[in-house]
Design a protein around this ligand. Structure first.
Ligand code: PMP
Length: 323
């Protein structure tokens, strides 16, 4: 390998054995922390940069500016090192301190912005990223929410990997929804192979997706602060194609946190918080709907190290009243 970014993709698919009591069928986890940046977002970060280069938008010595909860930033930073670009990331202040430190460790500049302001507020991490992009010459703002390269990365890699790894046996596919790139890119590929595959999107309380899917209404009352990192939104990203997501299930911060800790202890999967959301919600669905011959794949987006100060810290868990 000439560079670590060549190690992106081809992550293992691992059977869940102990958190699946009372469920018929096979539950497999796509363990995305095996990517070099330790998350699923490496896939789309590299693709967004390569597509920007091909389109002539990113030139040597350029700067990549993005609003990111951390994982996209890590992927972009690795790709930037491989290709000689600078990175500036804006992040909301609810994200783990670890995520900021990790991004600084790989050479990025990080600007922390307030979480509880509207997306169009000039202080929001979306607005600050956009403004920097206007001010800094030879910079690009990939905008993972609306950039089609995001879904395309999963259409080209995650989808085919799952189809091959399950030898076409996959019947259900579940993933948390943030930008929507992971679930929709993968689902598009899988549904082209077998239109009967059911896709389950995991959402949070405090996010607009589920209600929008069920009613077509963008309901601002659905928006309130929550703690799970990386999934749920207060906007409708262009990468969320509601036609490709058959249903949404909302998972609470607490249920997600407790399931994440079970995954570490009972499956040996030391994964991030949204992995607990994905597994908790997907298993709720599986309990009712899965049959003996069904195979469900659940995406586990990132690694547990990024949450040592939160869900893997017993004092923090007690402060939340969750232990
Ligand atoms: N979990 C984590 C930890 C994430 O960082 C993200 C990315 N926002 C997701 C889940 C959701 O992935 P996507 O943006 O592809 O919908």
């Amino acid at each position: 390998m000439n560079h670590i970014v060549e190690a992106i993709g081809n992550t293992p698919l691992v059977k869940l054995n102990n958190v699946t009591d009372g469920i018929k069928g096979t539950i497999l986890a796509k363990v995305e922390y095996f990517n070099p940046g330790n998350s699923v977002k490496d896939r789309m970060a590299l693709k967004m940069i390569e597509d920007a280069e091909k389109a002539g938008l990113l030139k040597p010595g350029g700067t990549i500016i993005e609003g990111t909860s951390g994982n996209t930033g890590m992927g972009l930073a690795l790709a930037a090192i491989a290709k000689g670009y600078k990175c500036i990331f804006t992040m909301s202040d609810k994200q783990s301190k670890e995520k900021q430190d990790i991004l600084r460790a790989v050479g990025a500049e990080v600007i922390v912005c307030p979480t509880n302001v509207a997306p169009d507020d000039p202080r929001s991490y979306y607005s600050v990223a956009r403004k920097l992009n206007q001010e800094i010459p030879n910079s690009i703002y990939p905008n993972q929410y609306d950039n089609p390269s995001n879904s395309a990365a999963h259409y080209e890699t995650t989808g085919p990997e799952l189809w091959q790894q399950t030898e076409g046996k996959i019947t259900h596919y579940a993933a948390g929804v943030g930008t929507g790139g992971t679930i929709c890119g993968t689902a598009k590929y899988l549904k082209e192979q077998n239109p009967n595959i059911v896709t389950v999107g995991l959402d949070t309380y405090g996010s607009v997706f589920k209600k929008y899917k069920e009613t077509g209404i963008f309901d601002e009352n659905e928006i309130y602060p929550y703690k799970t990192e990386g999934i749920g939104e207060d906007i409708l990203p262009k990468n969320v194609n509601f036609d490709l997501i058959d249903l949404f299930i909302k998972v609470s911060d607490k249920d997600a946190a407790l399931m994440t800790r079970r995954l570490a202890k009972e499956e040996g999967l030391f994964v991030g918080w949204s992995c607990g959301s994905a597994v908790y919600g997907a298993l709720e669905y599986a309990k009712e709907h899965l049959k003996e011959d069904d195979t469900m794949v659940i995406v586990l987006p990132d690694h547990g190290t990024r949450y040592l100060g939160k869900i893997y810290n017993d004092d923090w868990m007690r402060e939340q009243g969750w232990l």
